[in-house]
Ligand binder design. Structure first.
Ligand SMILES: *[C@@H]1O[C@H](CO)[C@@H](O)[C@H](O)[C@H]1NC(C)=O
Ligand SMILES: *[C@@H]1O[C@H](CO)[C@@H](O)[C@H](O)[C@H]1NC(C)=O
Length: 319
């Protein structure tokens, strides 16, 4: 079902992939498109044994596991020495999230989008053209599962128009077992890293908030980055599409977005030098002059448009 949905969108083939995870020290090759085999660790079958609790407030790590590059905080310096050219960031980010979502879906690891990525989904199910990062979350049992079976695994994807495809690395922070928000150096629990460019997605785990639960607040959830949720904010997850692939969305997405960005974030069509075109559902880049006109209430519908096929031609006889 999952990949036939891709087929419906005309995207089959976009995400054909081979993952080479080390499972109990044993190398396995498989294609993301094929059926799950019996030996593959499956999240649901392992879930009960993975929900350990760690008492960590007295044992805060002194080192930071994920080190960002010196040239840009959204790049991993092990794989790059410079940022991508501006026009390449959007397609690379799109491939990052497509391959991440496909991989998590294939290994049965529950994940959903949050923060700015959820807001950009809200508008047109695509990344904002000005974005340079993406945010995803996973549940606590999922991070145990990924740490135990998929840490430091390479996942290779064929990508249309990219010779040789790209390899993505899934890395889990060893300090994910420390739940305390005092561990400020390790608020990111995992990363999905494009080894060809160094660009990555931050993965954060959403965990039961033990302190609040002990005080009788039974739905309380928290992340190490100090975001707090209710179970009913996130679960049951809803199904949608993002960048053309299936994605899961937190249940109360409108409330979550209003809380984080204000309700105007869902109505304001002018953002970061871009204007949202209601007809095409695209964020168009605009000049500051046009931006001022929009601010004064201009609708943007009265720009003359050249008729198709009438592009200017240089008259050679006039040269
Ligand atoms: C970055 O530059 C250093 C020094 O020139 C080089 O040794 C290294 O291989 C480069 N790394 C990448 C990922 O290109
Ligand atoms: C994942 O692997 C990396 C590289 O070996 C290691 O530094 C890190 O501690 C591992 N994470 C976990 C959760 O074991």
């Amino acid at each position: 079902m999952r990949f036939s949905a891709l087929g419906l969108l005309g995207l089959s083939g976009v995400l054909s992939a081979t993952a080479v995870p080390l499972v109990h020290g044993e190398e396995q090759d498989w294609n993301l498109k094929r059926e799950e085999s019996a030996q593959e660790p499956n999240f649901l079958s392992l879930r009960p044994s993975l929900a350990h609790q760690y008492d960590s407030d007295n044992n805060i790590p002194k080192e930071k596991h994920f080190v960002e590059s010196s040239f840009h905080y959204h790049y991993d310096g092990r794989f790059a020495n410079e940022t991508l050219p501006d026009e390449k960031v959007a397609p690379y980010l799109s491939n990052l999230i497509q391959t991440y979502l496909a991989t998590m879906d294939s290994i049965g690891a529950e994940t959903w989008i949050m923060h700015g990525t959820l807001l950009s989904w809200w508008w047109n199910m695509k990344i904002f053209p000005w974005d340079n990062d993406l945010d995803v979350q996973i549940s606590e049992p999922t991070i145990h599962f990924l740490a135990e079976y998929y840490n430091f695994t390479d996942h290779h994807f064929e990508i249309p128009g990219v010779e040789g495809g790209r390899t993505y690395l899934l890395e889990i922070n060893p300090y994910y077992v420390v739940k305390s928000t005092l561990d400020k150096l390790n608020v990111i629990d995992g990363r999905w890293i494009d080894k060809s460019s160094g660009l990555f997605i931050d993965i954060t785990a959403v965990r039961p908030d033990d302190a609040k639960r002990q005080r009788g607040h039974l739905e309380a959830l928290m992340c190490k980055d100090k975001h707090h949720y209710e179970e009913s904010d996130i679960f049951p997850l809803r199904e949608s599409y993002f960048e053309g692939v299936p994605v899961k969305i937190p249940y109360a997405y409108t409330e979550l977005l209003a809380e984080e960005y204000g309700s105007s974030s869902m109505t304001k069509t002018l953002f970061k030098d871009h204007h949202f075109n209601d007809k095409t559902k695209v964020w168009d880049r605009i000049s500051s002059k046009v931006k001022r006109m929009f601010r004064r209430g201009w609708g943007g519908d009265d720009i003359p448009k050249r008729s198709p096929g009438t592009e200017p031609v240089i008259r050679m006889d006039a040269v």
